[in-house]
Design a protein around this ligand. Structure first.
Ligand SMILES: NC(=O)c1ccc[n+]([C@@H]2O[C@H](COP(=O)([O-])OP(=O)(O)OC[C@H]3O[C@@H](n4cnc5c(N)ncnc54)[C@H](O)[C@@H]3O)[C@@H](O)[C@H]2O)c1
Ligand SMILES: [Zn+2]
Ligand SMILES: [Zn+2]
Length: 361
């Protein structure tokens, strides 16, 4: 027997997760690393998997926004050592495929094989579970993952803030800086100000946007967005949001808009909110079967761009440390993104808090 530890088991869609003691297999293949998680965020993508909207089967352990410490490393090329502080990469990369060689490791074609290729978790009945997104299984106390799913970080940065960089912060800040490339003095509208949307707001502020309009149904989210950099907020159940954005941009629409909820209707709304020549950047992930309709002629005639972004188009090895440095300088506020701290036994309460909209992260 190797490590005994607690984990949250995802055994059926839309059924409460079960917290149970499991046994962890030791790292065995070259490049495998045993990590003890110190903190994890709870992301809407975990919820989408749990609800069956994203195709990751039950019989797994969710959680993909984690920071922790290396316990042991087996024949790694990255030089990871016991004691190193790390953040998990939910879209691991091989460093060798076409995409990795083209600077697009965030769509590495080996990501699934590297991430979900192992089942190190053993139940007492002999059955095995796999780590879901990236193989990270951050809703467990410990895990065994491939080194391609880990980035070493400085050991003087708090885990509970570092973990957010593993998904929400990198996705949102990266969407603004790397994918849409928000420009100084520009106008930006962000639809959906949960954990990821708040990071888009901060990314737009860091890029020097002059007008940042936060669109969210939830008053607390709008208030948080104002604290983190939004210059205006709109409640779309009260004010028609496209007209609101046009009213603040001389009738044109925003230079950059972001959809950060994950529905085809809001993707279309983000398109309508963008000005001619502007860009709508899609961050939210709708159900895999969803389709979106755009006015084909107008996409051409108004020279509008639609940009999809995965993981903030980030190069995690550099961007994780870059974002930690932004936080250390005070440019990126992670402290106010940690709304609530719970223990592993409260995983279902954490999901409920996200659904009810009480928390940023
Ligand atoms: N592209 C990527 O790489 C990537 C990475 C992480 C998350 N995501 C996706 O980003 C999306 C957001 O994730 P999150 O963790 O921030 O979710 P979240 O649940 O924390 O936030 C969603 C926000 O949307 C708001 N909202 C819901 N309906 C709305 C509406 N009609 N108009 C305006 N606001 C509305 C909610 O009030 C909430 O604040 C999800 O679809 C998630 O799967 C994508
Ligand atoms: Zn996520
Ligand atoms: Zn690759």
């Amino acid at each position: 027997m190797y490590a005994r530890m607690k984990a949250c088991l995802f055994l059926a869609n839309n059924e409460p997760m079960v917290v149970e003691e499991l046994t962890l297999d030791p790292p065995s293949a070259p490049g495998e690393v045993h990590v003890k998680w110190a903190a994890t965020g709870v992301c809407h993508s975990d919820l989408s998997v749990w609800e069956g909207k994203l195709p990751v089967p039950p019989g797994s352990i969710l959680g993909h926004e984690g920071a922790g410490v290396v316990v042991s490393a087996n024949e790694t090329k990255s030089g990871l050592q016991p004691g190193d502080h790390v953040i998990g990469v939910f879209q691991p990369s091989c460093g060798e495929c076409f995409y990795c060689r083209s600077g697009q490791a965030y769509i590495c074609d080996q990501a699934l094989a590297i991430g979900m290729g192992r089942t190190p978790f053993n139940r007492s009945d002999g059955s095995k579970l796999f780590g879901a997104l990236g193989g990270l299984a951050t809703f467990s106390e410990e895990t065994v993952v491939h080194e391609g799913a880990l980035v070493k970080i400085p050991d003087d940065f708090p885990f509970e803030e570092a973990c957010l960089i593993g998904c929400g912060v990198t996705t949102g800040v990266g969407a603004a800086l790397n994918a849409a490339k928000v420009t100084p003095g520009s106008s930006v509208a962000v639809i959906g100000c949960g954990g990821v949307g708040q990071a888009v707001v901060q990314g737009a502020r860091i890029a020097g946007a002059e007008t940042i309009i936060a669109v969210d149904l939830n008053e607390a989210k709008r208030a948080a967005a104002t604290k983190l950099g939004a210059t205006h907020t709109v409640d779309p159940s009260v004010d028609e949001p496209v007209g609101f954005v046009h009213g603040l941009t001389d009738g044109r629409g925003a230079d950059f808009t972001f959809e950060v909820v994950g529905t085809p209707e809001l993707q279309r709304l983000s398109y309508d909110m963008a000005r001619p020549g502007g860009a709508a950047c899609w961050v939210g992930v709708p159900a895999l079967s969803a389709e979106v309709t755009l006015p084909g002629a107008m996409v051409t005639l108004q020279a509008k761009s639609v940009i999809g972004t995965m993981y903030g188009n980030a190069n995690c090895k550099d961007d994780f440390v870059r974002f930690i440095n932004y936080a250390k300088k005070g440019d990126l506020n992670l402290t106010d993104m940690v709304s609530q701290k719970l223990t592993i036994d409260d995983i279902n309460e954490a999901f409920t808090a996200m659904v009810e909209g009480d928390v940023i992260r």
